[in-house]
Design a protein around this ligand. Structure first.
Ligand code: ADP
Length: 675
């Protein structure tokens, strides 16, 4: 897959896509990883178990085949014993029969016939006895070792047999006589070289001898064990060939000389010789078997390749072989190693089925998880998109409105928190913008007021200046009466004072704006100060013909009370307020009231004039503001008086306010600190 495509799938620039893809990738990876690990573990466990099983199987099979071989050997041992007992019984019977025959003859003729006649009768009757095999016939010998009667061997008669030895060099007759010196009868075993066709050489022979008690004789009979051996061997082979055990197992039996006895579960009838037929594939196996048997009389295991019954392909086989030494037989049994593989293969098949169903389960779990995730992601995306859209719309609309986000409509806490912050930002912006608008309005208004102020100012300056200039010119006229001169000079002085007052106000407001206005407090006898003001305004009002105003000061302060304040500034404040009260009243009264408590002196200046419209009461203390009093009369003035007064009052530690009812009059209250 091209790198770009992987990047495109794995790394989405969109947050919800990024989350979804990451989640899906993690789920798929985790599930596959867990599933993979489980399957690997299962396989590993299976392999471990298989190995263990294989080991156990081999061990068990080894025990089992060993047990089987041992059982068969035990069977051979028992059969062999029976076989020998049977032969012994046979010759014992022969001898016993001869003995009683001889005894009855002896009893019958003793004393009646000569010893030689009796001997001849006995020999005749014994030689006439018929037995299964010729050599079973009963022989007679003396206890001195002289041959009396040996069937088929007349040359032995009268011969000293003591020198006669068997193949091993044992003196056979001597042994017989020695046995009879101790017992009345008994068995003897010896080996005789013989031409008889048998599996072993020399041939084993068994003899039974019995003392006769007369003539110093003893009877004996002998038997070649090997004569009965083929029958016995065939019986054993037949039985062993019938043995079968698990997985087509059978017992095999070979002769050490290379002749197979039981091969592939059947009695072998052919002429094969596993030693001499070196070309036969079984030759090598036999040699191996022979070596193991020779080196381990108690048996041993060996491994080789062998064709199974009805099978042409050789399989690995492990066999146990043990010799039955008496007959040089090798008895063994084995098992095929691939039998366990077959069982393991079956289990492997089952495991594979299990793994298949495990994989299907893992895939089903994966699909279920992905479905679940799909649902979760769908809902998440829906809510996330809804929250995001709300934010998007909010930011979009917030450019030109102060619309806030409805927090309760948001789903995610993170968005809620962000929403809170955004709302706070909007509130803050709204406040700032409102403030800015107000400030802008204020600035515009201030601009307008300044222009009005300047226009007004030029008028306020020009009026007294015109008077000063006009009356000064008139004074130059020589024909003026003394009275007119005095009047003109008075008018010039009045207008100059007005002008000075105006200039002072401008200087003060400039100082206020530059924060340079300062006060100098000194002790002031308040009552005295007030009585001077009272005198001053009473005089002024008396001179004003257009005003019908009563002026009074209600002073509750004792005459000796002195306060610490700036007298000039306090006078300036009172002049402004009383001046306004007179200016905006044509009749009625102007009353100044003064009270005092511990640290504060309270003033009120009440008039019965025009009053101030309610909406303007708050702004008249701003500089340049002149209330719209709803009439056409121009009262003059600059709109600076109240602004200057308020600032001075603040500097003297107090504040000012107004109560007014349009048409009825106004009362200005202010106080100053006495310290
Ligand atoms: P001005 O020089 O115009 O008197 P002020 O600052 O002293 O300036 O007063 C501002 C305005 O407040 C006046 O123009 C007037 O409209 C109003 N005003 C002040 N005092 C009174 C009052 N006692 N009665 C009515 N209006 C008043």
């Amino acid at each position: 897959m091209p790198k770009k495509l992987i990047q495109k799938i794995a790394f989405a620039s969109n947050m919800s896509n990024y989350l979804s893809r990451t989640l899906i990738l993690i789920t798929v990876a985790t599930t596959l990883l867990i599933g993979g690990v489980l399957i690997i573990q299962q396989t590993h466990y299976f392999n471990k178990i298989s190995e263990q099983k294989s080991r156990d199987y081999i061990e068990n099979q080894k025990i089992s085949v060993r047990e089987i071989v041992k059982n068969e050997l035990e069977y051979i041992r028992i059969q062999n014993k029976n076989f020998k007992t049977k032969i012994e019984e046979k010759i014992r019977q022969n001898v016993t029969q001869a003995y009683y025959t001889a005894e009855s003859i002896y009893q019958k003729y003793a004393g009646k016939k000569s010893e030689e006649e009796i001997k001849a009768l006995i020999i005749a009757s014994i030689s006439s006895l018929k037995f299964e095999m010729g050599y079973e016939e009963v022989f007679i010998s003396t206890l001195n070792g002289t041959g009396v009667y040996y069937p088929g061997k007349p040359e032995f008669t009268g011969k000293n047999m003591l020198h006669f030895k068997d193949a091993n060099g044992s003196p056979v007759i001597k042994d017989e006589i020695n046995l009879l010196k101790v017992d009345e009868e008994g068995f003897l075993k010896y080996n005789i070289n013989s031409n008889l066709n048998s599996e072993t050489s020399p041939h084993r022979k068994i003899a039974f001898v019995k003392k006769f008690g007369h003539f110093n004789w003893y009877f004996g009979s002998k038997q070649y064990v090997d004569d009965y051996f083929p029958k016995f061997r065939d019986e054993v082979a037949q039985k062993i060939s019938s043995v079968r055990f698990k997985y087509g197992g059978y017992v095999f039996m070979n002769n050490e000389n290379g002749t197979p006895i039981v091969m592939n579960g059947t009695v072998y009838k052919g002429n094969l010789n596993l030693i001499s037929d070196t070309g036969d594939i079984r030759h090598k196996v036999f040699m191996q078997e022979l070596e193991v048997a020779k080196n381990n009389p108690d048996g041993g295991f060996f491994y080789y390749l062998w064709n199974k019954m009805n099978d042409t392909i050789p399989s690995e086989k492990c066999s146990f072989v043990q010799p039955f030494e008496e007959y040089n037989w090798l008895v063994g049994a084995g098992f095929y190693l691939d039998e366990i593989n077959k069982s393991i293969k079956d289990q492997q098949k089952m495991l594979r089925e299990d793994q298949k169903s495990s994989i299907i389960s893992v895939l089903l779990i994966l699909i279920a998880l992905l479905l679940l995730e799909g649902i979760i992601i769908y809902h998440f995306n829906k809510k996330y998109k809804s929250d995001f859209d709300r934010f998007f719309n909010f930011f979009f609309s917030s450019q030109n409105s102060f619309q806030q986000l409805t927090i309760s409509e948001l789903y995610f806490d993170d968005f809620k928190r962000a929403g809170d912050a955004a709302n706070k930002m909007i509130i803050h912006r709204e406040e700032t913008e409102t403030k800015l608008v107000k400030e802008h309005e204020k600035a515009t208004e201030s601009d307008r007021l300044k222009s009005a102020f300047l226009a007004n100012m030029s008028h306020e300056i020009r009026t007294p200046m015109n008077s000063i200039i006009g009356f000064s010119e008139l004074l130059e006229d020589d024909g003026l009466s003394e009275q007119d001169k005095i009047l003109f000079i008075k008018l010039i002085r009045q207008n100059s004072e007005t002008l000075l007052h105006l200039i002072n106000d401008i200087v003060d407001i400039s100082k206020i704006e530059a924060n340079l206005l300062s006060i100098r407090k000194r002790p002031l006898l308040l009552s005295h100060f007030l009585s001077e003001i009272s005198t001053h305004y009473t005089e002024i009002l008396a001179s004003k013909k257009d005003k019908d105003i009563q002026f009074q000061i209600i002073n509750e302060i004792k005459p000796e009370v002195s306060i610490l304040t700036d007298e000039i500034r306090l006078k300036q404040i009172l002049d402004n307020l009383i001046g306004n009260a007179i200016k905006f009243s044509s009749s009625g009264s102007v009353t100044v009231a003064v009270t005092m408590d511990k640290k504060t002196v309270h003033f009120s200046i009440k008039d019965t004039g025009l009053g101030i419209p309610y909406e303007q009461q708050a702004v008249i203390f701003e500089r340049f503001i002149q209330a719209e009093l709803g009439h056409k009369k121009n009262f003059g003035g600059t709109g600076l008086g109240l602004a200057i007064s308020r600032n001075l009052i603040h500097l003297l530690g107090g504040d000012i306010r107004v109560e007014s009812e349009p048409g009825k009059g106004s009362t200005f209250y202010f106080d100053i600190l006495n310290n």
